[in-house]
Design a protein around this ligand. Structure first.
Ligand SMILES: [Fe+2]
Length: 330
């Protein structure tokens, strides 16, 4: 999201140290859950909820109901910036709301999720122990940076049909001027290990979809080249509008090159830039913004709702963009 909306709070400063460095865990421990795949599996991506203590939360839940009711999801994934200036009770209310939809749900975190009256570590621990329909799992004492690095396997006929990879693109980076953080080297190694492990365990390269918050640095090249593509390359414009400058990290840690080299991940879904809603295929990988879920922080009134990602039996994807207006709930 836009740098001009950055808020520096004491809570943020205290939570900058949150990451688990120090212990190695077996890669198989990062499979949070196995869920049965069914034909035309519908994943609702919500993003940038930014729920705050001061909000009319019932109104926000009523609004999100419009999107969720339209989506008929088999699963809900929220791609970060869940909260801004929120207390634990607000966090618990949103998680309880998501859980009430009676489908598996999970989240990753955004840069604003540390600007609250709790730490991201607290939220991680709370979700790790949530149970019920929550399928979140982060190993907190590991040597993988961030608070949401795990996978969910969609199973069919005893094998992993598709892997959903949840990653934490972290928060701010004060080491390269002032900007957004990047995916760390130990996360890239973790991703590589996960793909290798799944390839072996599943008897072959397994397709995956990835969910995170901050777009990777290649987002601008992806957009620009897709608009200049002549149809002869693996770069294609698919859908949507770019209404604001993208805000990826300044530093490129090489994660996208690794993703292309591994050949597993076919599409990536993220948020962060509230009024960008586009999808392009770049070097064989789809970059896709979600649609902002609420009108909290900056937004365009005609670009609020959610995106449904529909996974088909042949591994192809189709999409439904759901948009609603607050006039429907006021
Ligand atoms: Fe945001």
């Amino acid at each position: 999201m836009k740098k001009r909306l950055f808020l520096f709070t004491p809570v943020l400063a205290l939570s900058l140290s949150s990451c688990g460095i120090g212990n190695h865990h077996d890669i198989s421990e990062y499979i949070a859950k196995e869920i049965n795949y069914k034909s035309n599996f519908r994943i609702l991506q919500l993003t940038d909820v930014h729920l705050a203590d001061k909000d009319d939360q019932n109104l926000q839940f009523k609004f999100m109901d419009l999107t969720i009711n339209d989506a008929h999801p088999d699963m809900i994934i929220v791609t970060g910036d869940l909260f801004t200036i929120a207390s634990k009770s607000t966090a618990k209310r949103l998680f309880s709301y998501l859980d009430s939809k009676n489908v598996p749900w999970t989240v990753t975190f955004g840069n604003h999720d540390e600007q609250c009256f709790f730490s991201v570590d607290w939220m991680t621990s709370y979700l790790n122990n949530y149970g019920s329909n929550c399928v979140f799992k982060d190993i907190q004492d590991d040597d993988v940076h961030g608070n949401a690095n795990f996978a969910i396997n969609l199973k069919k006929d005893g094998k992993t049909f598709e892997q959903l990879i949840i990653m934490d693109t972290n928060r701010y980076d004060f080491g390269h001027g002032f900007g957004y953080d990047h995916v760390k080297d130990n996360q890239i190694k973790w991703y590589e290990s996960l793909v290798d492990y799944t390839t072996t365990a599943n008897g072959g390269l397994t397709e995956s979809l990835m969910f995170y918050h901050i777009p990777l640095p290649e987002i601008d090249n992806a957009w620009d080249e897709a608009h200049n593509a002549d149809g002869t390359t693996n770069v294609h414009y698919q859908y949507g509008e770019k209404r604001e400058k993208t805000c990826p990290p300044d530093y490129n840690s090489g994660f996208f090159d690794k993703i292309v080299a591994k050949g597993s991940t076919k599409a990536m879904f993220f948020g962060h830039d509230h009024i960008n809603d586009f999808r392009v295929e770049y070097k064989g990988v789809v970059f896709s913004y979600g649609i902002k879920a609420t009108d909290r922080l900056y937004n365009d009134k005609d670009m609020i709702g959610g995106q449904v990602i529909i996974l088909h039996d042949d591994h192809s994807l189709s999409y439904e963009q759901i948009r609603h207006n607050y006039k429907e709930v006021l």
